[in-house]
Design a protein around this ligand. Structure first.
Ligand code: SF4
Ligand code: SF4
Length: 400
């Protein structure tokens, strides 16, 4: 999974955040009223099983890509990878998914726009009751493609920008012209009336450029700005040296909290569940209680949702809590998605916060944060172990 795999669509976010940010409405015909996982199938599933239905599914519909990004081991392979799900397998999986929920389906890759049947997949997902969105490197999108994306009812597309200038972005993305092409893509999407979210992978290399990246996203008219803290597993593993330390990560997330107060865009630091602890700590310093009235969806969501309301499907149909979590929990070619979601031991463990270990287990913020389970797995081999990239020491743990 690349950063393109995260895109957000929510009716309203942080409506009363101090500083006057009033959230945003997603674009697209069905955007305003769409509540992922809020339909009758999801309600019936939860009543029947006692398990929440997935609300957001990131689906790597191809691993093929036109770029060779530093953080992605799947890059620079133009042909379909062996075992990639066929259109029929994808449709059957969409049917099964929509028998238990009405999720946002983030179609990602690789580069999802390399899949020739992408619009058939999109139409099928809409007809089944899901909300498809696209996570892309943006470099393919011209006016004609942007118009097709709009025609096929895609409310928002996330585009990756990791550096605020061509030289450094092209180096990171492994392709001369990648920056200019992504900017062209963003402008074409906006011209066509499709909302844009800017995704930035943050490492030691660009952590000092956060303000510049933010300002570029504002200048480009983005609706949302998602910063991704590099998870040095899977596709990020070759970049472990560039991953921020716990203290640096704390600094970047505190920057996000402060910047959000005045930014016109909604932020969602991703793969950094500690943000939801930091919101509460900083809000306390600001003398504000974190409630849906003051912080919108940020008050309601949890940091790590892998296996809880979020799941990743790989290009060959493997289910994982997220793309960085290197454990396959079942394959849709062998078992229906709904059965894996219900029965997987890994997913069921992740849903039980009392199983968290180490300082995460002792942490008063575990219900809103939970720690990155992929980092814990990578560091210790135990996905319920404490998150290694958190600067917070819970008082209860200190006393233990
Ligand atoms: S384990 Fe959770 S926090 Fe970590 S990358 Fe996956 S979804 Fe994000
Ligand atoms: S100790 Fe674990 S649960 Fe608590 S804030 Fe840190 S990562 Fe989150």
């Amino acid at each position: 999974m690349t950063q393109e795999a995260h895109i957000e669509l929510k009716p309203q976010s942080r409506p009363g955040h101090p500083g006057g940010h009033h959230g945003q409405m997603p674009g697209g015909a069905r955007g305003a009223g769409f509540r992922p996982g809020g339909g009758p199938a999801a309600k019936a599933y939860e009543e029947r099983t006692g398990i929440k239905a997935p609300r957001i599914i990131a689906w790597e519909i191809t691993r093929s890509c036109n770029l060779a990004c530093a953080h992605c081991r799947a890059a620079a392979h133009l042909e379909p990878y062996p075992g990639e799900l066929s259109l029929d397998e994808i449709k059957a999986t969409i049917d099964d998914i929509c028998s238990i929920t009405n999720p946002i389906l983030i179609l990602t890759g690789g580069e999802p726009l390399m899949r020739k049947d992408i619009f058939e997949i999109i139409d099928y997902a809409h007809a089944a009751g899901a909300m498809p969105v696209i996570g892309t490197n943006g470099t393919f999108i011209d006016d004609a493609l942007a118009a097709r994306i709009k025609e096929h009812g895609i409310p928002r597309v996330s585009v990756s920008l990791d550096f605020p200038d061509a030289e450094r972005q092209d180096k990171f993305r492994g392709e001369t012209g990648a920056f200019d092409a992504a900017i062209r893509g963003i402008k074409a999407l906006q011209k066509a009336g499709v909302g844009v979210q800017v995704n930035s992978t943050i490492t030691k290399q660009n952590m000092d450029l956060l303000d510049q990246l933010h300002d570029l996203a504002v200048d480009l008219g983005a609706e949302a700005f998602h910063i991704f803290m590099l998870v040095p597993t899977g596709r990020g593993e070759g970049m472990a040296d560039l991953a921020m330390s716990p203290a640096e990560s704390e600094q970047a997330l505190t920057w996000a909290y402060q910047k959000q107060k005045h930014s016109p865009m909604h932020f969602k630091p991703t793969d950094s569940p500690q943000y939801y602890r930091i919101i509460r700590q900083q809000a306390k310093l600001d003398g504000i209680e974190v409630t849906p009235e003051t912080y919108g969806m940020d008050a309601l969501t949890r940091g790590c949702l892998g296996g809880i309301t979020f799941v990743f499907i790989s290009h060959v149909g493997d289910l994982q809590p997220c793309g960085y979590f290197n454990l396959q929990c079942g394959n849709v070619k062998e078992k229906p998605f709904s059965q894996i979601w219900t029965e997987s031991k890994v997913f069921n463990d992740l849903r039980d916060y009392s199983k968290l270990e180490g300082k995460c287990g002792a942490c008063g913020f575990k219900a809103v944060c939970g720690g990155c389970r992929a980092r814990a797995l990578e560091a210790t081999g135990d996905y319920m172990a404490e998150e290694p990239c958190c600067d917070y020491l819970p008082p209860k743990y200190q006393a233990a």
